[in-house]
Design a protein around this ligand. Structure first.
Ligand code: NAD
Length: 358
């Protein structure tokens, strides 16, 4: 029997609640599809600061490096916001990404028909929207040197190498091959030299993928087009800062933040996590929506373990659960027949996975 080792980082706030539900569903799926998952639990973020005085303890990093995948909830909270930057929870996550070498962040933004009214966009514009944002994760202005802040002046540096652009572009083109075969490169090539290099490199990579249509769009236009006509996008490829902003916009076009998963891949081990944060305002109340985390677990099965049937089963179970009117509180205004707690909806999804007759 195939066996996978997963480093589980529950994190802070709602992290523990939503991860427990993802594991509940994974247990049913692994049993049904004939593989085993071995979970090891480690601390990161605020929880790690409280115990070890640092956001990414060595043992967490070591286990993550030795695992087949990292399943992660969320980190952060007011309690740790005033610490020096390198000691804050998010520094732990940035360091983990860097150490694992994950340079590609994949964020699907998909409309669930049953929740189409949860978006502020008109249903006729939204129906059928299915976007994969591929964001570069380890380069650009967030990491560029030099950087400095003094009392009356501050600066950051946006820097990219051709190799960095090439490797993320390949991930975007490969993803497009399995989808509707279109890549939109989003940049600011009319102003930024880094964007000019992106265009030159992406055009070269595109020659290896003649079946893919490549389009270009300036980032300001892309921000507008995402709300005006999101159906035009298939794979949206972009650098770190633009991707950070546009992936949030794309997800909000789709409605609730509690529904959207992500995968950070390209290095030795991938990280699978919901796009939302630790939601301290609702932590511990049993009302968090675990679906984004369960979908992230499905991405882990698909991308890290190649367990496609199990991933498909979880995704269709979630669609069926939403179709049958089960909702957590955040999406209760849209077609709810029954309002469920975090734990209840996790159990219902795992029952649907168990009873799926594929
Ligand atoms: P957030 O995503 O945690 O919450 C934004 C809003 O969405 C809140 O009202 C919250 O209740 C709601 N929400 C989020 N996830 C939900 C879910 N699963 N179910 C129902 N409602 C949900 O963003 P924030 O409030 O800006 O940040 C809170 C903390 O999370 C901060 O410390 C921030 O730094 C951290 N954060 C962490 C990550 C991460 O770990 N990857 C990402 C973003 C923010």
């Amino acid at each position: 029997m195939k066996r996978y080792n997963v480093c589980v980082i529950k994190g802070d706030g709602i992290g523990p609640e939503i991860i427990d539900e993802a594991i509940k569903v994974l247990d049913v799926a692994s049993n049904k599809f004939g593989f085993e998952i071995n979970y090891e639990y480690f601390l990161m973020g605020g929880a790690a600061i409280d115990v070890f005085g640092e956001p990414l303890p060595k043992e967490t990093l070591q286990n993550a490096l030795n695992s087949d995948a990292v399943l992660f909830g969320a980190i952060g909270g007011e309690k740790w916001d005033k610490l020096e930057r390198h000691l804050r929870p998010e520094s732990g996550l940035l360091k983990l990404r860097k150490e694992l070498g994950v340079f590609a962040n994949l964020r699907p933004a998909v409309i669930f028909d049953e929740l189409i009214d949860a978006s502020s966009i008109k249903p006729e514009i939204l129906r059928g929207v299915d976007i994969m944002v591929v964001r570069e994760l380890t380069g650009g202005i967030y990491f560029g040197q030099p950087r400095e802040i003094t009392k009356d002046r501050a600066f950051n540096t946006m820097v990219y190498t051709a190799d960095e652009i090439k490797r993320i572009s390949k991930i975007a083109f490969e993803a497009a091959l399995k989808r509707r075969k279109k890549v939109t490169l989003v940049d600011k090539a009319n102003v930024l030299e880094t964007s000019q290099l992106w265009r030159e490199v992406v055009v070269e990579v595109a020659k290896e993928y003649p079946e893919i249509t490549l389009e270009y769009m300036y980032v300001d236009n892309a921000a507008m087009q995402l709300v005006r006509s999101p159906g035009q996008f298939d794979v949206l490829l972009t650098e770190n800062l633009f991707g950070d902003i546009l992936s949030d916009e794309a997800s909000m076009v789709c409605g609730s933040i509690g529904l959207l998963p992500s995968a950070s891949i390209g290095g030795k081990v991938g990280i699978y996590e919901p796009i939302h944060g630790s939601a301290p305002d609702i932590a511990g109340q049993g009302i968090a929506n675990p679906i984004a985390t369960i979908l992230s677990a499905a991405m882990m099965l698909r991308y890290a373990f190649d367990e496609t049937a199990a991933a498909d089963c979880i995704e269709s179970a979630i669609k069926a659960v939403l179709k049958d009117g089960y909702r957590t509180r955040d999406i209760a205004s849209y077609g709810a027949k029954e309002i469920c707690s975090t734990e209840e909806i996790g159990t219902i999804i795992s029952d649907y996975v168990r009873n799926d007759e594929r």
